[in-house]
Design a protein around this ligand. Structure first.
Ligand code: AMP
Length: 549
């Protein structure tokens, strides 16, 4: 039996699914669809984009909404215009054999008059951004008083984007009898609050663990100095011509500048950021979707709702300021069962943040090396020769072959190949030959004892030599001397190696605590301004204090 039928879906809906080419349900679909079809419970699905969550709620919705009732029965709230459009497109496809079913996306930045006219025609399912829906409600253009289902899609994103008030206002207008289905990649406090306030004993489902990454994503990082970051990114793009990637920057300005620089260097790229008009955004997205662009540079906010299934790489040009963004960024790859790479171009001092991410996502980040110029050069050359093997000789050249052979007579096979290879060397390839080593020998990188090097602003002025330092660190953080490797002390600060697993404990134990009236700082590697910051004495109330060992 078709597995979708086994979940309780009807033939017309399953026919639509088959037409779409879905062969079997994804995990979240298998678990959510039968539950939602029971039509008697609120529901929380912890799932990232890419898991098939739209169909997990969309299939039951098109199944249960009644097209012969002339009223809006389901409302889907989503954070962005792109997501509204995507959801509505998918639901249109799922419901293509449900006679008379009408689905409409409404979102900000588009002609509200036109949306009002469409709504008047009678819509069964609305997919809306919260801001626009509230406007429409205030204009009495939409009636949600008989809604049976509310779906909060990417609830964490909606709250991140500041839609708290709108969501509250909207939910208060819906009838008590409705069912609420909430989907979210992460479960921060605010999302919990919504569920506590508006949902009754929700059935909770988690695909993978909450706040964790997706198994199809390979998380990697490189340690690179900021001044080499641009060149490092180029190396990755040049090394693998199949990269179809998204690069995240922290600010619009960084995104714009990076896109400009890459364009100047010959890459098919553009930036997607908040300064663009909706029409410009659409154009950029369309060019990326159709592969006219190979690399899209985006800010966190602008990239919300990007739904492209075959992105091979997500690059983090900087680690995100808010580590929660990492999940959303990396979730743009590894979608629909395909594998993807999420690569952080980390400042040597960011290693501690990487460790924090590992804990949070319960996954490992693998350190990778930036390809050397020589490696890229060799790969390109080999690629050229592999293509030679695959190329069929053109028939127009066939009759000229004797003449051509004559031209190169006297050259050995080796000489011929050597010259041919030399001729294929583009300017870019030659430039790679002179490329310098970019991998930062990071203070914070894994040491030979598989530890990381920490800095602390305690030195020989404060404790009696290495043994005094050791006992201080061990007593305060609860780790043992065997967790600590090389110790390098100066009068006011110390660098010391700690096993990775123990490093976080040390940081937690010391950071922000006070020592002889001085605020302590521990971080990976050497801070830029050690001298000055050591002199600075901070006395803060409420900080952790500890006794000298
Ligand atoms: P979503 O998590 O809803 O953003 O879905 C990610 C992508 O997976 C979308 O392009 C869907 O069309 C696709 N998809 C969803 N369910 C299935 C399925 N059962 N089989 C194959 N592809 C699917």
């Amino acid at each position: 039996m078709n597995e979708f039928i086994a979940l309780g879906l009807s033939r017309p809906v399953v026919n639509a699914i088959e037409k779409l080419g879905f062969e079997r349900p994804t995990t979240i679909q298998t678990q959510a669809i039968p539950k939602l079809l029971q039509n008697d419970t609120d529901f929380i699905g912890l799932a990232q984009t890419g898991t098939g969550k739209t169909a997990a709620f969309g299939l039951p919705l098109v199944e249960m909404v009644n097209p012969s009732l002339p009223e809006t029965q389901a409302l889907i709230l989503a954070p962005t215009r792109e997501l509204c459009l995507q959801v509505s497109r998918e639901l249109d496809l799922f419901g293509q054999f449900q006679q008379g079913l009408r689905i409409l996306p409404v979102y900000g930045g588009a002609d509200i008059g036109k949306q009002i006219r469409e709504l008047k025609k009678g819509i069964h399912i609305i997919a809306a951004t919260p801001g626009r829906l509230r406007d429409l409600m205030r204009r009495k253009a939409v009636d949600i008083s008989r809604i049976q289902y509310v779906v909060l899609d990417e609830a964490d994103e909606m709250l991140n984007m500041g839609f708290k008030e709108e969501i509250d206002e909207i939910l208060q207008e819906t009838p008590e009898s409705k069912l609420t289905w909430l989907f979210s990649a992460t479960m921060p406090e605010e999302v919990r609050r919504i569920s506590n306030q508006y949902m009754v004993k929700p059935f909770e489902l988690s695909v993978g663990q909450p706040n964790t990454g997706n198994d199809d994503i390979d998380h990697q990082y490189v340690s690179v100095r900021p001044k080499d970051r641009y060149e490092a990114l180029r190396r990755f793009l040049d090394y693998d011509k199949e990269v179809y990637g998204l690069v995240f920057c922290r600010t619009r300005r960084d995104a714009g500048e990076l896109a400009e620089q890459l364009s100047r260097d010959g890459y098919r790229t553009d930036a997607l950021h908040g300064d663009l008009s909706q029409a410009q955004r659409d154009r950029v997205m369309e060019r990326f979707r159709s592969r006219h662009l190979r690399v899209l540079i985006a800010t966190d906010v602008a990239a919300r709702g990007i739904d492209i299934d075959n992105i091979t790489h997500v690059f983090h040009y900087n680690i995100p300021e808010d580590l929660n963004f990492y999940t959303h960024r990396s979730g743009r790859t590894g979608r629909a069962g395909r594998k993807g790479i999420s690569l952080v171009l980390a400042h040597p001092k960011d290693l501690v943040l990487i460790r924090r991410l590992e804990k949070r996502l319960k996954t490992q980040f693998s350190p990778v090396e930036i390809p050397s110029g020589q490696e890229i050069f060799e790969k390109r050359l080999m690629g050229f020769f592999q293509r030679i093997k695959k190329t069929e000789g053109h028939q127009a050249i066939q009759p000229l072959l004797p003449q051509l052979m004559q031209e190169v007579e006297g050259l050995s096979r080796e000489e011929l190949i050597h010259r041919l290879a030399s001729m294929t060397m583009s300017r870019g390839m030659k430039a790679h030959l002179n490329g310098k080593e970019l991998n930062a020998k990071s203070k914070a990188s894994r040491s030979s004892t598989n530890g990381i090097e920490l800095f602390i602003n305690i030195g020989t002025f404060d404790v009696e030599g290495k043994s005094g330092f050791l006992s201080l660190v061990c007593n305060q953080s609860g780790i043992t001397g065997s967790n600590i490797g090389k110790i390098d002390m100066s009068s006011k600060h110390t660098f010391f190696h700690v096993e990775e697993a123990a490093a976080e404990k040390v940081i937690q134990a010391f950071n922000g605590s006070q020592f002889q009236g001085r605020e302590l700082r521990v971080n990976a590697g050497k801070p830029k301004n050690t001298k000055k910051s050591n002199k600075k004495k901070t006395f803060k109330k409420g900080k952790k204090k500890f006794q000298r060992a």
